[in-house]
Design a protein around this ligand. Structure first.
Ligand code: SIN
Length: 297
């Protein structure tokens, strides 16, 4: 008996893990239970975890090697002592942002899919949260794929899309990037639209982010129509979990089979989150035919 309790938070994904102190070193049985719960629920919430940055880094390493944050709009790490930690915050000190993404909405995305090996996981630790707003949502991309009509599964089978590197989810241009006028020329990795999850072997729709996305081999209007329909389906509330943050919540999510977004919040309020991510692998295409799915086109 590990003493851990895992309680689902929504029908689609997300579970709360209680009876655990993430500042302690975790034995083999507890780690195995966490891995099992993570694979089943995709997003795990741990409440009341007042971790220092070194403790956040130590717990993050349980899930693999740390993946440093991508380039932010300001061109240097927010925490020089811990460059593996990204700061997500609206706070400015002497007019200089201490973190990324500000106080506006962060649109639906998964993290750093513009690289060939996107992170497998991310952890977000709430240090200070506003009294309202700034909620974060995740969507279950296994379910999203499973519930697509067969004709859409046939249409996207074997297709790849461009994952643009130009903007972050708050619409800010990353350092060193320039405006994209034609999504077909957007800088960024090309990934299968349907991936095989490297750990579970299950198919998941893999969209990255909508802005400047393009389905290779289609004309631009056809690609936009398809992507709009896929995004509309992927972000339906029935596939999502909503997180209302409390101070010292820590959330771990799987970046390969979920999307996430964040609500805006009052600019006068303070929100400070510390974030890590874990290195992933190249993503392979799911082949519906080999998997035995008879799709009508
Ligand atoms: C993110 O997109 O990683 C940030 C989510 C949040 O601020 O809640």
């Amino acid at each position: 008996m590990t003493g851990i309790t895992v309680t689902p938070l929504a029908s689609s994904l997300g579970a709360e893990v209680s009876g655990i102190d993430l500042r302690q070193s975790l034995d083999h049985d507890i780690l195995a239970e966490l891995q099992e719960a993570w694979g089943r629920h995709l997003v795990l919430r741990f409440r009341g975890q007042a971790l220092t940055d070194p403790e956040l880094l130590a717990f993050s390493r349980v899930f693999g090697d740390l993946d440093p944050p991508g380039p932010n709009p300001y061109g240097k790490p927010f925490l020089s002592e811990f460059p593996e930690i990204n700061v997500i915050s609206n706070v400015k000190v002497d007019g200089v942002p201490i973190g990324n993404l500000g106080d506006g909405e962060a649109v639906w995305h998964c993290d750093m899919t513009y690289v060939e090996r996107p992170p497998r996981a991310a952890l977000l630790h709430a240090l200070e949260v506003p009294p309202g707003g700034g909620d974060t949502y995740w969507s279950n991309m296994y379910l999203v794929y499973e519930t697509l009509p067969d004709r859409v599964k046939a249409l996207i089978d074997g297709r790849k899309a461009i994952h643009d590197a130009t903007y972050n989810s708050a619409g800010m241009m990353r350092k060193g990037m320039k405006e994209v006028t034609d999504p077909r020329e957007a800088p960024g990795a090309h990934h299968p639209l349907v991936i095989v999850h490297p750990d579970t072997g299950r198919p998941a729709l893999f969209l990255g982010r909508r802005r400047n996305s393009y389905v290779l081999g289609m004309d631009i209007d056809e690609s936009n129509t398809l992507l709009d329909a896929l995004w509309e389906h992927a972000t339906k509330s029935e596939f999502t979990f909503r997180q209302e943050w409390r101070q010292h919540d820590l959330i771990l999510w799987d970046n390969r089979c979920t999307l996430h977004r964040r609500d805006a919040f009052d600019p006068a309020a303070t929100r400070i989150m510390h974030r890590t991510q874990i290195k992933g692998t190249a993503l392979q295409a799911f082949d519906a035919t080999t998997a035995g799915l008879a799709l009508e086109s």
